[in-house]
Design a protein around this ligand. Structure first.
Ligand code: NAP
Length: 255
């Protein structure tokens, strides 16, 4: 059976872990060549090895999405490896605990923590978008998916910087979709609920029961369940879908 992404090249940031790794594998399963980019080269290399072990083709790229020159180089490396860039998944992100802001209300969040979180989660997506769009417009189009969150649609207590960054990703996605529709570049966001990855381990240990009580499906999602949505949004099956913020959250944001 033909794959949804046969013959396409796809770039994934945050590909060394969680949702990014699962999506790199799903892209490859659907026939795409994968450029797996992450902050830690070894993590990206491990994903590339997993893709190849499953019969796909991948390159690993080291990138810090807070560094514009590194993001430009990442896009160039993907283009060099595969001759173009058809799909991009801008997924690298961090949680409040990674900037020492876990559980803090607005007045308690240090300006540096706010800045750092926004720099990775929101401006990082913008840096990726600008270089990817510049490449895609030279090839006549492409499809981009940004990782937002249910925290891009509703507020979450004690997570102001994260919530602001993810609302920003949703707004950026909608605007990028409008800006580049005529150039045949589709831009969508995926909004995961609580997903089993290293990012949520600590939160779930501390308050998993309370969180799951709010999820209609009463469980966490698996990274592979986000990957399926991303694959479809990147594929030609989604040819009339742009500017969408697609929830994959077990019903969390529906109630
Ligand atoms: P994860 O397992 O921690 O993966 C995130 C990856 O991004 C890690 O490999 C991380 O590298 C990398 N990264 C962090 N900062 C980076 C930077 N400056 N440049 C390049 N790569 C960087 O987390 P995940 O759960 O898969 O999260 C993926 C995305 O989904 C994030 O945007 C997150 O906000 C979003 N999300 C997650 C959930 C959830 O419940 N898990 C829910 C909604 C949205 P290091 O490990 O070296 O830091």
């Amino acid at each position: 059976m033909p794959g949804l992404l046969d013959g396409k090249s796809a770039l994934v940031t945050g590909a060394g872990s969680g949702i990014g790794r699962a999506t790199a594998l799903a892209f490859a399963r659907e026939g795409a060549w994968v450029a797996a980019a992450d902050l830690k080269l070894e993590a990206a290399q491990e994903t590339a090895r997993m893709v190849e072990a499953a019969g796909g083709q991948a390159v690993a790229i080291e990138v810090d999405v807070t560094d514009d020159a590194a993001v430009a180089a990442m896009v160039q490396a993907a283009v060099k490896a595969f001759g173009g860039l058809d799909c991009a998944f801008n997924n690298a992100g961090i949680a409040p605990y990674q900037v020492n802001a876990a559980g803090q209300k607005i007045a308690d969040v240090a300006p540096e923590a706010w800045q750092q979180l926004l720099d990775v989660n929101l401006t990082g997506v913008w840096r990726c978008l600008r270089h990817e769009v510049a490449q895609m417009r030279t090839q006549g189009g492409g499809a981009i998916v940004n990782t937002a969150s249910v925290a891009g649609l509703v507020g979450l207590p004690s997570s102001s910087a994260y919530v602001a960054s993810k609302h920003g990703v949703v707004g950026l996605t909608r605007t990028a979709a409008a800006d580049h529709a005529e150039e045949n570049i589709r831009v969508n966001a995926v909004c995961p609920g609580y997903i089993e990855t290293p990012m949520t381990e600590d939160t779930m240990r501390r308050k998993g029961e309370r969180i799951l009580a709010r999820v209609p499906m009463a469980r966490m999602g698996r990274p592979e369940e986000i990957a399926e949505a991303v694959v479809w949004l990147c594929s030609d099956r989604a040819s009339f879908v742009t500017g969408a913020a697609w929830t994959v959250d077990g019903g969390y944001s529906a109630v």
